[in-house]
Design a protein around this ligand. Sequence first.
Ligand SMILES: C[S@@+](CC[C@H](N)C(=O)[O-])C[C@H]1O[C@@H](n2cnc3c(N)ncnc32)[C@H](O)[C@@H]1O
Length: 402
Amino acid sequence: MADLRYRRARNLADSYGQVFTPAVVADLLIRSLPVPVDGVRSLLDLGAGQGALTDAAHRAHPAARATLLELDPVLVRGLTQKPKRNRRVVQADLLQGQWRPATAPSWILSNPPFGHMAVTEELASEVAQSALGFEPEGTWLRGDVAFLVKAWNMAAKGTSLGFIVASPILCDPIYSGIRSTLAREMGELVVTQLPEKVFDRAQVCAHMISGRKAVARKRGIVLRKATVEGEIVDELVIDQVAARASLDIDYHRTIERLGVDLSRMRETLSSAGALITRGSRSNADYKRLGLEAFHTTDLDVRGGDVHLTGGEPTGHQIARAGDMLIARVGSRCIARQARVDGGAGPYTDSVYRVTVPLQHRQRVWKTLSSSFGTEWRLAHAAGSCAKHLTVQTLASMPLLPA
Ligand SMILES: C[S@@+](CC[C@H](N)C(=O)[O-])C[C@H]1O[C@@H](n2cnc3c(N)ncnc32)[C@H](O)[C@@H]1O
């Protein structure tokens, strides 16, 4: 099924990211949250939808006073038509204006919209000033990042956050500042990877984050993996350095299997001056144009050293001698690489060209073609986080010692 959470939404429900949490996942989120010694007195449900998270919270803590914030008037009507005890519904846009609870609640819960949204100046400056550790670039922002910043700013020390977010916050290098803040400043931090098919109308890689905003902490961070039935089938404890790299259990299981110490691998493709560039057109386009372009299928049969014969047609990205070519997408070929030993030619947009200054070329090739290099790429691309490698992810790839 198509991913419904994308930038150009087909209708209002899509643009609001209306994918509702099944009860089994909502219950798991509630069970993962720290409970204050005097019980859960109040909770805030941001983007409450049909109230799945509050319903689960009330199953476990019926006395908690809940405030449900929702933007969509249709859903607000649905929530208010069935009045329930200890529940107040507020219609407001969390991301416009200054709605805030009068006092910080015991819990803040949210399964926010995951899509990208245009940022107002006010919101951009709130995100930039937030202590969560992320500075937006440009005019778009992920909905889950915006909601998390809002919740972080509303939380007091002692408030627990229970969030369902998409995998970029957990894996993408551009959100490493958020991961560091969560790892440093959330007590009892647990990150649970959810299976892709957990939501009814969307196939997404989502994770649950739960923990209590606290003073700086030193304990380990628990990463877990859940089934659609809400059962925990794997668990791993990592430290703060590892949390900055990724909060995804698949990634850390791979690193563990490879036996590498990430804290000692400080140099990356990016610090070696590598330029990573995607090809100009699709394979089908090149076929239509009658141009010979290097494609991921060539990695299957021509991995290792390749001689390109496509020439240098103008208006296309060209790979030349010394460049390295790796797959951007594809679960099998993502672990293969080729080095151009001569000639020149265009390459498709499923392929990245990695151009590295001469003094670092040998080391980068050694890393890309090592079992570490291939497993690392597989961990990022074929794991739960993404079905392709982003430029930022690849740029953050650690280099093996020279
Ligand atoms: C992914 S759904 C989750 C709904 C519900 N919390 C659940 O877990 O089933 C996100 C909800 O956020 C609401 N929403 C989207 N943008 C919002 C905004 N700016 N302010 C308040 N609510 C918003 C949507 O209408 C939708 O109901």
